[in-house]
Write a new protein. Structure first.
Length: 148
């Protein structure tokens, strides 16, 4: 009986995870403008709701500043999922990273293509993860990224 109750609780946690679309926070694919503020708004919404999934639209999303996924006390999970041809162009520069994670039980990237956006240094690092249990990268591609 204890195990059945635990299984039901785990299923409820999985079902309750929030899924949001990046375009609902102001990101516009293929416009060449910085979509990092929209991504940060979506991440902040998920932080307030114990994690979840952010769907990236088809087309190119530009990230020109870092995204802060750190939490101080709550351990949550994030998933970044591409939707049919989602490209993430990275151009945060030599002094900044792109995804900064802390206290995540899981972070997952799925179905995204990451490309460089600068003729020089695209980013200091793509992902910095501290006090996080699991990082999963599946069905992703990386082209022309220069970290320095």
């Amino acid at each position: 009986m204890k195990y059945a109750l635990l299984l039901v609780l785990l299923l409820n946690i999985t079902i309750a995870a929030k899924t949001v679309n990046l375009t609902d926070y102001g990101a516009i694919a293929n416009d060449g403008k910085n979509d990092a503020p929209a991504l940060q708004l979506a991440v902040d919404d998920l932080k307030a709701n114990d994690g979840g999934t952010i769907i990236f639209p088809g087309g190119t999303i530009d990230l020109q500043s870092y995204t802060d996924l750190k939490t101080s006390t709550v351990i949550i999970g994030y998933k970044f999922k591409g939707d049919k041809g989602s490209v993430v162009r990275i151009n945060t520069g030599a002094g900044n990273g792109t995804f900064i994670v802390g206290n995540a039980n899981q972070i997952e990237f799925d179905g995204l293509t990451f490309v460089g956006g600068s003729p020089e240094v695209d980013t200091a690092f793509l992902l910095y993860s501290n006090y996080s249990s699991q990082t999963i990268v599946r069905n992703c591609q990386f082209f022309g990224l220069y970290a320095g």
